[in-house]
Ligand binder design. Sequence first.
Ligand code: IFM
Length: 442
Amino acid sequence: MTQFTLPKNSTMLSKDFIYGVATASFQIEGAADQRLPCIWDTFCATPGKIADNSNGDSACEHVKNWQDDVELIDSLGVDAYRLSISWPRVIKLDGTLNQEGINFYITILDELMRRNIKAFVTLYHWDLPQHLEDKGGWLNRETAYEFARYVDLVSKALSGKVYSYATLNEPFCSSYLGYEIGVHAPGIKGREFGRKAAHHLLLAHGLAMKVLTKNSPESLNGIVLNFTPCYSVSSSEADIAATAFADDYINQWYMKPVMQGAYPDIIEQLPPAHRPDILAGDMDIICQPLDFLGVNFYTRLRYEASDTDYYHELPHQAPMTDIGWEIYPSALTELLVSLHQKYDLPPIYITENGAAMADKMVDGEVNDQDRIAYYNAHLNAVNDAILQGVNVAGYFAWSLMDNFEWAEGYSKRFGIVHVDYNTQIRTVKLSGKAYSQLITRR
Ligand code: IFM
C-alpha cells in the first residue's frame, strides 16, 4: 500500500479539513543549555528512569535545524503544524520573559505564517521548569497561577501569530504518570498525589483559558486530552462496573470537569486522602467555554473486576505497535461517538494519532507499510465518526519526525520522517509520502 484511501465523498477530502503534523518542545528541540532546567532533565539524569539512558540535551537539534524543519513541514503540504512552547526556554527564574527564548518561537511562527501554515501552539507539553517542581510542582496550587502568568506573557508576546492555543497536552499523563505511578517526570508515586496534581493542572487550564480569551480572542483556544477507551472483557455486571470505573478514573476525570464543571461520581468512592483539594469556585474556573477540543488517540485497554482494587487492567493483545500498544482503530470511532453523545462538544481536532514501528532504513528508504496501514485504518475510523454526526475539523499525525519518546528514550520511533540521530539527517518515510499525497491531492 502506498496511499491512503478514504471514501470518495468523505468530508476529510475537502480542503476545509485541516491536516497537520505535531511535535513537542522537549522531544525535538535539544539546546538544553539555552534554557532553564526542567523536570524531564532531572528525571533523565536519574538512573533507571529512561530505557536507553538518554536525555533531551540534543534530541533532534531542532533549535539549530528549525529552518530546515519548517521547510520539511512545508514540503509535506500540510495545512498546520502543532508545536509546543518550552516554558523553561521562555521564562526566567524571576518569572519574567526570556526575550531570546521567545524570539526563537516568534521567528518560527513568522516563517509558518509566511508559508501559510497554521500554528497550533500547545502551552504545556510536560516540561515544567525544575525550580517550580522544587516548590512542589503540580502538587502546589500556586503552580496553576504561575502557569497563568506565563500564558499571559507568552500570549502577549505572540500576539496575532497563533491560529490555535491548547493550554495543556494530556493532563492525564502529567498527573497520573508523573505523580501517581511515577513512570514519567517528576517520578512521584502514590494515590494520594495523582488527583491533587490533576486538580491543579485543570485549574491551570481554566485560569489560562481566561487569559487567552482576553489576550487572544481571535485564536481557537482549547485543551488537548488523551483518551484510552476502556473495554470490558466480559458482559458480567462486575466486569462492566469495573470498566466503567476505569473509564471515569483515567478518561472522564479530565473531560468531565473541563466540559461540565464536575468530577465523575466515583470521587465519592475514593478515600478522602486521595481526593483533590477543591476550593470554592475551582470547578467554575476549570469549566470554561472551549473553541475546540483536542483528542489524542493511540490504543484501547481491556478491564475486568478485581478483588483487591477498583479494576484490573489486562495486558495489551496483538496486533500491537512497537511500543506494545494494541492496534484497534474502531475504538477511535466509538470514542468520538460516545463523547458526542455524552457531552455538548465544540469542534474536535484529532491532535495526535500515530504509531511507533520498528522501522528499517534500506537503501535510503523506510518502507513502513505497518505505519501506513495504521494511519489508513485510523483516518477511516475518524471518517466513520464524522458519518455518525461527530464534528471533526482536523487531524494531526504524531509525529512529524522520530524524537525523544519520554521513558522509552530514542528507542521508539513515531515519526513519518526518519531521524538519524548521529547525522541529524531527516528522511521522509513512505508513510510521510502517503500522508503528503492524501493532503496535496485533495
Ligand atoms: O510522544 C507522546 C506525546 O508526547 C504525547 N502523546 C503520546 C505520544 C506517544 O507516546
